[in-house]
Design a protein around this ligand. Sequence first.
Ligand code: CA
Length: 236
Amino acid sequence: MLNAFIDDMKSRILIVEDEAAIREMLGYSLMKAGYSCEEAADVEQARTLIHAHKPDLILLDWMLPGMSGIDYARRLRNDTDTQGIPIIMLTAKGEEADKIRGLDTGADDYITKPFSTKELLARLRAVLRRYADEAQQGIIEVEGLVLDPETYRVTARNEIIDISPTEFKLLHFFITHPERVFSRVQLLDQVWGQNVYVEERTVDVHIRRLRKTLEPFSFDKFIQTVRSVGYRFSTH
Ligand code: CA
């Protein structure tokens, strides 16, 4: 049902790729699959297109002339206008794929060239579905802590909290699954996605950051450590 719903909306995909042959191939495949597409050869063109009309998802190549895809992804995530747009990074095989895993860019998924259209469409659908689910859930409020999945904005007692995309995802996952204990591995799968290789201790780093962000409002107590098991969100 949801699949059909997403397809009916004709999601608008922005392809940012400097190699014309790949860009055109992507555009063709996506249009054939029912998406509406726009193409940019560099960050400059991408900016203009995004400014004119916000896309539903950005396919962003890592190696671009001028500003790299990875730097641009970070900019998009730091800009309140664009931080809610899903990003799938395109990387070349080898070194880049390894490097990219270690970087906290806030990209939603990575796909390594060469890839099949089938694989690309599956990843794209998964990311779009996840965002549609989150948007449907709408604004969440727990004891004065408010999350808006559409804008990635968090407010605590009406004060806007400065929060990174990863911390947002982590908090969003916790708040929508209260009272349940999750292991580090489960949190990695749920928040970072199964295709991303992140070490378990990365979870602890982000938990620490999240607590620090919530501390001024005493909401850090909601993020509880369950010794030798993992973490839980609880208001008790
Ligand atoms: Ca390239």
